[in-house]
Ligand binder design. Structure first.
Ligand code: SF4
Ligand code: SF4
Length: 535
């Protein structure tokens, strides 16, 4: 709650949204437990938006907990670290949690059970008086990325060139079933606040608004108590927001707390706002105040198909089978197994897939929780999808254009503003899997852009090769010309009056004579240096 001496902040609403059964009671009362170490860690080199990390270890290497095993490759990239000590037994493609279902390069570590830390950098407890560049560098080293699902490298978000007036800490956690942020706010409220203070210092923000849906009273109380305990801080407000899906969407929460709209395809920084998830904020505190990299995260394991739902601190790279075994396995065969919540999550195909930095929930739904919607029917143009869209899009039009592969038209209807919240599909009486169409269209556009980029690169390479060949040919011609000029000068010196250009026989005779003179000179030089036979 906001401090009693401060006025109650005004709240705004966003268009559409849905009141959904939150299903959080399954796991919200389960305190965070530390998952025992798995025998094998599978750590993907790409767990973030941007370029994959470059492997920094080789098969057979011994690694310590927290050691960098993949370095950030470029500006928008993030380092990855060993989540425990052990031996690197493979660097190879493995299945990772991704909607594409495709494998990606991973470092596979056989843990040694010691869980021994590698040397870590010193804590930066005096962060208020340090160079911001040093703090950003620490966050970059720690491989912190957006833990709310976006996985964008946090150090890049902390480098705004625009003035940031408001820092929003996102504790809304609006997806049904997921409770990891709720438990984190209750159990690590001091770290969340410290992280918020560090980020505020880095961005120079005037105020921090921590937005939490009002269905999490315990988290609101814990953060409020921690704020009161850590001394007066007039910059930070804890603000309960009405429970309405998807209030945890970045743009929706910014709208609720500030009344401002992020421009289409724009960034929050354009309206003076930065937004960070609560778990990301705690990870920033760990990196700066403890010198610890991001090697573990809290994951909710839930759904009625799970024997004992709960919240676990999981080393990054732990296979999902290990989490499930800890939670007692399946109570019944799940109808759907998801990474994330039922609205924005995606289907998992394999239980040996590892937990990554953005993996917040393993959801196993029974047939009763995820009934078969039956075949999709024709769109009846009822318009209900548009009524609930929190971005004010026209989902029906997007669907038509995506289905017809008219991707330009879909983009004209702001396809890329769609946050894939699933509200439209949830209310569609024809059970059309609308979000699948939008994902398909986005992937197709990205693939086209990638093709175009590759073609541009190939064209640039071809033009550079042609230019190089032309330059080499020019240099060769120039050398030949010079040789000919020297020869002409020599000839002119040897034959008073010179040789006419066309008199090739005379020219050849002169060259032959010059060669013979050079050979005779060489022979004379050799004979004078040969040893004399004393016989
Ligand atoms: S809700 Fe479904 S049926 Fe209704 S207009 Fe949208 S896509 Fe068509
Ligand atoms: S999935 Fe996209 S189109 Fe559908 S309601 Fe959400 S933002 Fe709107």
């Amino acid at each position: 709650m906001s401090r009693p001496d401060l006025p109650t902040p005004q709240l705004w609403t966003f268009h559409g949204g849905l009141h959904l059964p939150d299903e959080k009671a399954l796991s919200s009362d389960q305190p965070i437990e530390l998952l025992p170490l798995p025998p094998l860690l599978i750590i993907p080199l790409r767990q973030h938006i941007g370029a994959p990390a470059r492997p920094g270890v080789r098969v057979g290497d011994q690694v310590g907990k927290g050691q960098v095993i993949g370095t950030a490759d470029g500006y928008v990239s993030a380092a990855v670290h060993a989540s425990s000590s052990g031996t690197v037994i493979a660097i190879e493609e493995r299945l990772i949690p991704h909607p594409s279902g495709l494998p990606a390069p991973c470092v596979v570590i056989a843990t040694d059970g010691q869980d021994a830390w590698a040397p870590l950098p010193a804590p930066l407890t005096d962060y208020r008086h340090l160079d911001p560049a040093l703090l950003r560098e620490r966050v970059h080293w720690a491989g912190v990325v957006g833990l709310g699902g976006g996985a964008f490298p946090t150090s890049v978000k902390l480098r705004s060139e625009r003035h940031i007036e408001t820092l929003i800490i996102n504790g809304a956690e609006c997806e049904p079933y997921i409770t990891c942020d709720d438990r984190l706010m209750r159990e690590r409220s001091v770290q969340v606040l410290e992280g918020a203070r560090i980020i505020r210092t880095l961005l120079g923000a005037e105020r921090v608004l921590i937005g939490i849906e009002d269905n999490k009273p315990a988290a609101i109380a814990a953060l409020s108590a921690a704020l009161a305990d850590t001394g007066p801080d007039t910059h930070i407000r804890i603000i309960p927001v009405p429970t309405l899906y998807p209030s945890g969407g970045e743009r929706q929460l910014i709208r609720i707390l500030t009344g401002r709209e992020v421009p289409t395809r724009g960034l929050p920084a354009q309206i003076g706002v930065a937004c960070q998830n609560v778990a990301t904020t705690a990870a920033v505190a760990d990196a700066v105040l403890l010198g610890r990299p991001l090697i573990a995260r809290v994951v909710t394991v839930t759904g009625r198909a799970v024997a004992r739902p709960g919240n676990l601190t999981v080393p990054i790279g732990t296979p999902l089978s290990h989490l499930l075994a800890y939670c007692g396995g399946f109570r019944e065969v799940p109808r759907r197994l998801l990474c994330g919540g039922p609205m924005m999550g995606f289907t998992l195909s394999d239980l040996e897939i590892p937990v990554t930095k953005a993996f917040n929930c393993l959801l196993a739904l029974t047939a009763a929780e995820a009934p078969d919607p039956g075949p999709a029917l024709a769109c009846i143009r009822c318009g209900r999808c548009a009524e609930v869209c929190p971005v004010r899009l026209l989902p029906q039009q997007l669907y038509w254009h995506a289905r017809a592969k008219a991707f330009d038209r879909a983009q004209a209807y702001n396809l890329f503003d769609c946050i894939e919240c699933g509200c439209c599909a949830q209310v569609c009486p024809s059970h059309i899997p609308l979000v699948q169409y939008y994902r398909f269209a986005k992937n197709a556009v990205w693939a086209q852009e990638e093709e175009r980029r590759k073609a541009d690169q190939a064209r640039a390479r071809h033009q550079a090769r042609q230019a190089r060949q032309a330059r080499l040919e020019q240099e060769r011609q120039s050398k030949l010309r010079k040789k000919r000029e020297i020869l002409d000068e020599t000839t002119a010196a040897a034959v008073p009056g010179g040789v006419a250009d066309g008199d090739l026989d005379a020219r050849r005779a002169l060259i032959e004579a010059a060669k013979q003179r050079a050979a005779a000179k060489k022979a004379a030089a050799q004979s004078s240096t040969e040893p004399v036979d004393q016989g």
